[in-house]
Design a protein. Structure first.
Length: 196
């Protein structure tokens, strides 16, 4: 899969608003992660070249795993299936469904991004889908290069988070998010799957 698919209003506005309110509500639990993509000590074992760290702002984020491997990991999981159903592929296996909440950071600019990564590095033919829960200025950067590429990364496409927007691409592509530079946190749903 070489193309990057962008679908606005993947689900209806009522569903968009329900999901947004749920994720920012007082009953929704978030787990603190000290880094955006890799544990700090894992940078060398992952054989990441030094240019992966140019223009990066690596900050903590909060996550909430809804689905992992073979089953539900959260009591809120069922609320997100309408988004998964909006993906324009038949899904053979759902690998992981995870929410990310990235906070604004003073060093974030339009040119920065978190550490480029591949979500499911050891799984062949994985597809990644991102659904944006709210409007934010923290773009997703998708690179031309794929997992295992040893050299310099080049940007294929930048996607601005917009509530209701769904982005689908080959899961072997390096990609990264960016911290927002405004006061609005960045909320997105990260879906990894194998298609039929």
């Amino acid at each position: 899969m070489d193309e990057i698919i962008v679908i606005d209003d993947a689900v209806d506005f009522k569903t968009q608003e329900f999901i947004r309110q749920l994720c920012i509500g007082p009953t929704f639990g978030w787990i603190f992660n000290g880094t955006s993509a890799y544990f700090r000590d894992d940078k060398t074992p992952n054989d990441l070249p030094l240019d992966f760290f140019e223009n990066t702002v690596d900050t903590p984020l909060f996550t909430h795993t809804l689905w992992y491997d073979h089953g539900k990991n959260s009591m809120f999981c069922d609320h997100f299936f309408s988004i998964i159903d909006s993906i324009p592929f038949s899904i053979d296996k759902l690998l992981r469904v995870k929410l990310n909440l990235t906070l604004p950071h003073k060093d974030a600019t339009a040119d920065t991004y978190s550490i480029p990564h591949v979500d499911m590095k050891h799984i062949e033919n994985c597809i990644t889908a991102l659904y944006y829960i709210n409007d934010s200025d923290g773009d997703t950067v998708i690179f031309n290069e794929r997992s295992g590429h040893p050299g310099y990364l080049t940007v294929k496409q930048r996607v601005t988070p917009k509530q209701g927007r769904l982005v689908v691409f080959d899961g072997s592509r390096y990609h990264s998010g960016n911290n927002p530079s405004t006061d609005t946190p960045r909320l997105n749903l990260n879906i990894n799957f194998l298609k039929k």
